[in-house]
Design a protein around this ligand. Sequence first.
Ligand code: PGA
Length: 251
Amino acid sequence: MKKVQIGSQEVQVGEVDELCRVLADEVESLLVARAEQGKCAVLGLATGSTPLPFYDELIRRHREEGLSFANVISFNLDEYEGLGRDHERSYWCEMWRNLFDHVDVKQENVSVPPSVSDDPDRAAAKYEAAIQAAGGIDWQLLGIGGEGHIGFNEKGSSLNSRTRRVTLARKTIIDAAPSFGGEENVPTHAITMGVASILEAERVVLMARGASKKEIVHRAICGEVGPEVPASFLQNHINVGWFLDGDAAGS
Ligand code: PGA
């Protein structure tokens, strides 16, 4: 893995398995340190295809090296509206399928924003309060959408945005269509942690893989900071890590 300076940001570039090992090292150190302090580690986790090999590495460490998730509290970034937890495309299901089912995390310590709610504003406020009650997020993982979203903070999301109900961008719906068997089946709304909620995490890492992310990743890392590319707000986080494979870095 090599460090590359892009604009004001230091960027880690490497093979996907290398990136995942380094990210898993960060999580492992956090979990071990918190366990020694008798405390929980609070993780902010993401869905999508990007983190899958990273989750595989965490599962491997649990199975082969005994890394325990018993003291993990986790909050997911976002959830589609209206699917219900048992829907196989819900992020609740995705997280259990891809990570939680395979490690010793306690179900009561896992939070994903509610997919179904009579009162989304109240549900969003409750989600924020739960993060605060857990002591805030220690380590937040992010992917990046084709137009620069983080969570479902689409283009236009402000620096001050908090957890809320959002309308999905057309590009997000198009990108999700294959896994839903067509655009018409993709939910039009979601609930997402806001930009401000994400930036409050102690450490934030953004991972991107593949040539399709190259242009947007560069805009996020060294373009103008603002709502046009919500991931660009990370440039001003005091402890951000950018983790790119060669294709996303364009090297
Ligand atoms: P992906 O999605 O990991 O499936 O590319 C990332 C995102 O939309 O945040």
